[in-house]
Design a protein around this ligand. Sequence first.
Ligand SMILES: [Zn+2]
Ligand SMILES: [Zn+2]
Length: 433
Amino acid sequence: MDKKSSQQKKAWRRPGSKPKKRKFQGKLPQDHEKDKSNTSASAQKLKKSKDTSFDVPVDQTAGYSIIHFFMVFTALQQYLKCKVCDKDVSFLKWGQRGLGFKILLTCDCGEKYIDSGPLISTGYEINRRLVYVMRLIGVGLSGINTFCGLMELGNGITSSTYYYIIDTISTAMQSVFDLAMRKSVNEEKLLNAARGEPEDVLTVSVKVPTVKTQDLTIKLMKELSTNYGLAIQRHPDSVEEMRREIWAGYYHKISTDEKPQHSYCSDSWCKYKKAVRDKTVKIFKHPPALAQDVQEILKPIYEDLTKQELLERCIGGNTQNNNESFNNCVWAMAPKHVFSGKIIVQIACQTAACIFNEGFKPVLKIMSVMGVKIGPTAIHYATQRDRERVRVANRRSTDASKEARTQRRNAILDENERYEEEEGTMYGAGIAD
Ligand SMILES: [Zn+2]
Ligand SMILES: [Zn+2]
């Protein structure tokens, strides 16, 4: 017997026989999202491609529906019979992972498993979609799980699944972002040529929002780790004092004129406390506080970094260490938050930059590179969004002779403002939880 027919035999079961076991012999749940080779390959292809359009293939069959599983399938059971054994069939929901699951169809012939939706490699497409789209509207893991839980959609996804998907998104995002950059550079060159200016003098606006926000994040992380190091160095013999001073830095930074929070601060470095001491606090103005979304990502980092056992290890002896090694220490100790925080900030910035320059098409492109099928509904939505944006800009534009590009930019700026009002987080760092 050759290899092929023995495999066939293994899969075949005598009609009417009951399956022996239903034990699932597969990967660990979180590993279904580990494989991002498809996305990496698509991203690589896109990077080499000369094509600078954001067109995506449209799958007319792509589409999801929310159904009440029990109600619908109990009704179907009333009507359906198996074509082979002519007996009743039953349906069960089985092996749920995120929003994906299998439908277990049982009749006298045995059991069959039907995927609730398409897979990308081994993961359900719907989960990648979910994570990306939620990211786009500023919702992270805990938000997703609240959504899934309260909507009776299952237990949501685990944190490792989430971070695998974030990694995939980041890969897809980077390639589409590069494409937007290439396109922008080409357009500037053409414009320069048309104006009779040197081709290479470029004013590529797409770079601005990205670099700025990333720099801000890195600066903040540096400041955080420096303060942390100093707090430990200043109090080599008391965990309590260390903790107090570390938190002082946090509350100091989120203080505003309306809500000063300097009770932990020392007047050796806190300007507010100094002002209190010098009785000039009435005219004291706080610098802009950390944005709400940044606060929310920093708080858990601070909580991790002020844990008893961690600070105990810093007692004594460590005064020799310079700031650099403290910094290394901080980065190493908070890898998950800092790492994912950075990637998530980057995804948000790059998405914002792409939308800023090209409208909503890059969003579809990113999804497509991730292996997600774009169907008629998503295309329709993106087209409507872009059309509306241009319409609003055209209406507001008083100077009819402005270049189309300027109009598009204005349209996108309007859109940005509207978005910031409506949804806040998307154009911020998008790290709402
Ligand atoms: Zn049957
Ligand atoms: Zn202070």
